[in-house]
Design a protein around this ligand. Structure first.
Ligand SMILES: [Zn+2]
Ligand SMILES: [Zn+2]
Length: 173
């Protein structure tokens, strides 16, 4: 779910060379990382938007801090990451060059700040959300978290899955 915050750029009547700074609350919604939804805390954040007008178009810079919370990608314990988003966009008018058109600015000079903030947040976050940088993850055999386990106490001596050992016992009956 993604909310949209559209900024009507025409409203500011900026001339070439002019600039404007806005601080706006933007609701970003959950982001999906590695197939898992992570929620932003707070869900609404204060975004600083700088708009400037170089020749024939707009240039934008957007900055805001974000914190996401959700399961550690290795051990599933609660994890969180805080980072700064700092993104730029350029939108040139009267050009056929797709590279110079921003996907966040429509034909009516509406800047979709909500969608841009959401995409920029995803790009700014690390691809792996971990409870701690050296998270040891879960034991592949029994599924116990290896962060709390003493390696000396945590061994599967036969090297085989304990479930198979159970099966062997059953066969002997
Ligand atoms: Zn972890
Ligand atoms: Zn184990």
């Amino acid at each position: 779910m993604q909310s949209s915050t559209i900024i009507d750029l025409g409203r500011f009547s900026l001339s070439y060379g002019d600039g404007k700074r806005l601080d706006l609350p933007v609701s970003i919604g959950p982001v999906e990382l590695g197939g898992q939804a992570y929620r932003l805390t707070p869900a609404s954040t204060q975004v600083r938007l700088d708009i400037s007008r170089p020749a024939r178009g707009y240039a934008f810079r957007m900055r805001f801090p974000i914190t996401v919370e959700g399961p550690c990608m290795r051990c599933l314990e609660p994890a969180g990451v805080t980072t700064e988003v700092d993104a730029r966009e350029i939108d040139q008018r009267d050009t056929d060059d797709e590279e110079l058109r921003s996907p966040y600015v429509d034909e009516e000079e509406g800047l979709d700040l909500g969608r841009w903030a959401h995409d920029a947040a995803v790009l700014a976050l690390p691809t792996r959300i971990l409870c701690r940088p050296d998270c040891a993850g879960l034991c592949p055999v029994c599924g116990e978290s290896l962060n709390d386990a003493d390696p000396a106490d945590h061994e599967h001596d036969t090297g085989t899955d304990p479930r198979w050992a159970k099966l062997d016992e059953l066969k002997l009956d």
